[in-house]
Design a protein around this ligand. Sequence first.
Ligand SMILES: Nc1ncnc2c1ncn2[C@@H]1O[C@H](COP(=O)(O)OP(=O)(O)OP(=O)(O)O)[C@@H](O)[C@H]1O
Ligand SMILES: [Mg+2]
Length: 431
Amino acid sequence: MIPAPNFFEGIIQQLNTGIVIVDQVGDIQFWNQFMKLNSGHDHEDVLGRSIYDIFPEIPQSWFQKKIDTVYTLQHMAFTDWKKRPYVFRFPTTRPITGEVEFMYQNCTFSPLINEQRKVAGVLIVFTDITEVAEQTLAMERLTNNLEKEKQEQQKLITKLEEAQNQLLQSEKMAAIGQLAAGVAHEINNPTGFVYSNMGSLGLMVEDLMAVIDVYEDQLCRNSTPEAQQTINQAKEKYDFDYLKEDLVNLVKESKDGIERIKRIVEDLKGFSHVGESDWQMASIHKGLESTLNVVWNEIKYKAEVEKHFGDLPEIECIPSQINQVFMNLVVNAAHSIEKKGKIVISTGQKDQQIFISVADSGCGISQEHMNRIFEPFFTTKPVGKGTGLGLSVSYNIIKKHHGHIEVDSRPGEGTTFTLWLPILQPVQVED
Ligand SMILES: Nc1ncnc2c1ncn2[C@@H]1O[C@H](COP(=O)(O)OP(=O)(O)OP(=O)(O)O)[C@@H](O)[C@H]1O
Ligand SMILES: [Mg+2]
């Protein structure tokens, strides 16, 4: 026990800070007024008793370690409210809510050195830090909430950006689609009657030829040699034999040509799917064929297209959007080829998923670009050639279809994009 002059002891008693002195085994040697007020124990009641008896809630091994450290090292030890909010469980009233809680504390353990320069006791001083702690905790909660809100906002911004990009490209697609559908519609009618006329023309030419044959036969038999000579001269002049043969071929070729126009018109209509944004069961191969026909002009001088189509069931999808993805992949593949190359389109099924891969023999994608190709507006193409939206929109469409895209690329050799799509959607999604 350290003797203190009455004057100083008076001050210590009055301090609004807890002061306790214990010996090496934790027996209490001194106890100030603050401790009495908060614990309800008088100085006389606790003197010489173990602090662990008075406060059974104190974690004894931890507390004893602090005392031992002070005795051994003759250094101060410290514990703050963040590490250990309450050493002594003193109740306190929250200023704002009025709720009774425990008093947050900072505690110091200091050695009391006697004349023999030995540690004679440990002075434990603790301060009530409740107000600061409450404010700090409130601040932390606020910061956490703000951080959460910030993250939510960031997510919203990302979603908004995605939606805007999708909108940008789908506007472009809608415009192309509408144009395609409009052109298709306009071409459809004249093509229809030219096709039908060609059919009749073919039959008529055949009839006409039959009549001419009869004429020729009769003329050969019944006409004068002069008349026959005149006829032969005319036939020679107009190359009748060739004309006869070619006329039939011409009509046939024209019919083939018109049939091709009809197919293209059908593809344009199929590709645009104007007004169709519903989930439906659709054929992937049909979508691929019509998309290839629509972008044929972009590919034909660059690449030979090889198709390895497997057996595919119809899949649940929004066909116009899937066609949009095909178009982006095929056009990208064509763009990646500098002079002349190859594009291989393969399809197949694995369990409940189907795949469509578009492999090109183009320039490939460098490692540094690989991580960025799905970013909106990322493009390596010159201004005016690419907006950098194709893959980002394709990614979102495939995500919406609960599928995924794989990329495999070797710079200088080529790139393969593989789409994986479920045959049926796990849940019916609103468009
Ligand atoms: N098959 C491919 N081979 C090589 N690079 C590719 C291939 N596909 C995409 N890329 C790279 O990814 C980038 C982004 O492609 P994305 O389709 O998103 O945009 P873009 O083709 O540049 O423009 P947009 O499609 O909007 O007209 C391309 O600029 C290109 O660098
Ligand atoms: Mg593109």
